[in-house]
Design a binder for this molecule. Structure first.
Ligand code: FES
Length: 167
């Protein structure tokens, strides 16, 4: 990696402090080729300042549930010889939108449905008789089908008794 201005380089300690990531984690990221340091003879690792954004991106991607391999593949599309532009980041992150949306949908379903029948097969709640009579959800596959995105053929509101069309 070429760096035009050495004064803009930061030490691993400064990077660690600013990014809120342990130096050992930064070395791990470097071993995995997610970030790259610059080492002059006999000196410690230094990093271009834009590595801070890479580290923030890696952390956010990990939080979103992406694997290091996913992240590595995506980061490989960034230019090596210059600081990535806003456009570079936009292009790179666009491929993650469907996966992130899937996670948001799953978490939203978890938040909204965990207190009611989730189609897991337990039939332990009163509402199971309305939403999952006789464990009909099992026909769709294993696991908690209504958390996985499947819907009952017609949902009956446990409070009002009204039927709503399946989605
Ligand atoms: S909560 Fe398990 S089947 Fe309804």
């Amino acid at each position: 990696m070429k760096v035009a201005n050495e004064a803009s380089l930061i030490s691993i300690g400064d990077l660690s402090k600013r990014a809120g990531v342990a130096a050992s984690t930064l070395r791990f990221y470097e071993d995995k080729q997610l970030i790259q340091s610059i080492r002059q003879q006999g000196q410690r690792r230094h990093y271009a300042r834009d590595v801070l954004r890479r580290v923030a991106f890696i952390r956010a991607a990990q939080t979103a549930g992406l694997t290091l391999e996913d992240i590595q593949q995506t980061l490989a599309a960034l230019p090596d010889q210059r600081t990535p532009t806003k456009r570079d980041w936009e292009k790179m992150s666009a491929s993650w939108q469907p996966l992130i949306q899937q996670r948001i949908d799953a978490l939203t379903a978890l938040r909204d449905q965990l207190n009611s029948c989730i189609g897991c097969g337990c039939l332990s709640l009163k509402s199971c008789a309305l939403y999952n009579p006789g464990d009909i959800a099992a026909n769709k596959g294993s696991g908690a089908r209504y958390l996985a995105g499947d819907r009952p053929p017609s949902a009956v509101c446990a409070v009002s008794g009204k039927k709503s069309p399946s989605k």
